[in-house]
Design a binder for this molecule. Structure first.
Ligand SMILES: Cc1cc2nc3c(=O)[nH]c(=O)nc-3n(C[C@H](O)[C@H](O)[C@H](O)COP(=O)(O)OP(=O)(O)OC[C@H]3O[C@@H](n4cnc5c(N)ncnc54)[C@H](O)[C@@H]3O)c2cc1C
Length: 378
């Protein structure tokens, strides 16, 4: 089947089609389940936490291959194109590190940590920066459900982290073909990379105008969990339907916290680590480097109980900075000083993931080049 506008640009991993995708990604456990290849072609679909092929395609080059975050690409060139002068070896494009939380207590209560992501997305919708936001709500049996929202009031209802991959980019692809004119996406690192690759494709299809991508809010991500393995593990401990949320506190706790109406169930990471999705073991991006700004949990001297209601935010692009400054001036976010050493700890953690990924890929991580500018109000 020939896709409309399916000619990828040379030099961005455009040398394959569905056959190569099957052989090198889908069939080897390297698929992240991000959904980038779904809804650009009727032959790929998302099923539970998997991407599946419904029908064979004999195109030698296809967008499915070109946009996949696990197919080869000149990542350094992509980073240069994305981050320009603000590129750092540890964190990618970097204009500053901030500690924030939603000023609205109602948002904070429903959110994973400080509610920064939900507050920023709602603000972007309210201010007309975007007219649609692609998020990941709660689906059935611990599966996330990607959803497009247009009402800022609906954003907080989709707050919280789902630790199984969401086919968010499949939903973005669907929304790209709708009447939405500026789309925001909340994305894990692999999803943000897929969007960055999509931006490099030549646009010949008016229904797929990537200029509509108005905002990418990245999530820090250590790994996602394999849905069948996670449900087998937790199903042996509690009723899956009773699980209201989960979190992973700092590594010294060595625990996945599972929330139920009866209380918090701590599960040792010794049991959880075998459930990590295979594709995540070779991912080298902890902070969603291809985003306008990236958000994760905070670290504070007062300890985790206080830190868990704040976020660390990396601002990467002009747009990200504008959004954070607007959130500050509108009183949508509260700010506090970033404790000394937080930036260095974040860089060390990020490099740890890069090294682990390089080892998993059977090579040693290249020594980082000297850091570029690390400005901003950190
Ligand atoms: C799989 C996964 C692994 C993570 N690992 C880490 C980590 O190692 N370290 C760290 O500091 N932070 C990690 N995070 C991020 C962290 O859990 C919070 O999302 C982040 O701190 C923002 O908090 P918040 O209160 O601002 O988010 P909220 O305001 O609660 O908003 C969270 C947003 O994330 C979206 N979302 C939820 N699940 C997914 C998903 N699976 N895929 C895409 N979007 C989703 C929701 O739609 C919502 O818009 C991870 C998140 C995920 C989804």
């Amino acid at each position: 089947m020939r896709e409309r506008g399916s000619e990828p640009e040379k030099g961005q991993g455009g040398q394959g089609g569905q056959r190569e995708l099957e052989r090198e990604v889908l069939g080897t456990g390297r698929c992240t389940g991000c959904g980038a290849c779904v809804n650009i072609c009727p032959y790929q679909a998302s099923y539970r936490d998997r991407t599946v092929t419904l029908h064979a395609c004999d195109l030698s080059q296809g967008r499915c291959w070109a946009v996949c975050p696990r197919t080869p690409a000149d990542l350094q060139a992509l980073r240069q194109r994305f981050g320009g002068a603000d590129l750092t070896p540890e964190l990618g494009p970097f204009r500053g590190l901030y500690l924030t939380r939603a000023a609205d207590e109602g948002i904070r209560r429903r959110s994973q940590h400080g509610g920064t992501v939900s507050a920023l997305v709602a603000l972007a919708l309210r201010e007309g920066w975007i007219d649609a936001a692609v998020l990941a709500g709660k689906g059935e049996g611990l599966l996330p459900r990607p959803v497009t929202v247009r009402d800022p009031e609906a954003v907080a209802g989709l707050a919280g982290s789902r630790f199984v991959v969401s086919p968010t980019i499949a939903e973005f692809n669907r929304t790209l073909g709708s009447d939405a004119t500026r789309i925001g996406v909340v994305a894990t690192p692999c999803q943000a990379l897929a969007l960055a690759k999509m931006r490099t494709l030549s646009v010949t299809d008016p229904d797929r105008d990537m200029a509509k991508l108005g905002l990418v809010v990245g999530l820090f991500c250590g790994w996602a969990l394999d849905w069948p393995k996670l449900t087998a593990l937790l199903g042996g401990k509690t009723g899956l339907a009773a699980i209201t949320g989960m979190d992973i506190p700092p590594s010294r706790y060595h625990t996945l916290e599972v929330y139920t109406p009866a209380g918090t169930l701590p599960v040792s990471l010794d049991e959880v680590t075998p459930c990590v999705r295979e594709a995540c073991r070779s991912c080298d991006d902890m902070t969603a480097e291809f985003s306008d700004l990236s958000v994760g949990s905070a670290r504070l001297p007062e300890g985790w109980q206080e830190a868990r209601s704040w976020n660390q935010v990396i601002v990467r692009t002009e747009r990200g900075l504008d959004l954070l400054e607007t959130a500050c001036s509108r009183g949508v976010l509260e700010f506090r000083d970033v404790p000394e050493g937080n930036l260095e700890r974040l860089k060390a953690a990020s490099m740890g993931k890069k090294r682990a990924a390089a080892e998993a890929a059977g090579k040693t991580a290249a020594a980082p080049a000297p850091a570029a500018r690390q400005g901003g109000r950190s």
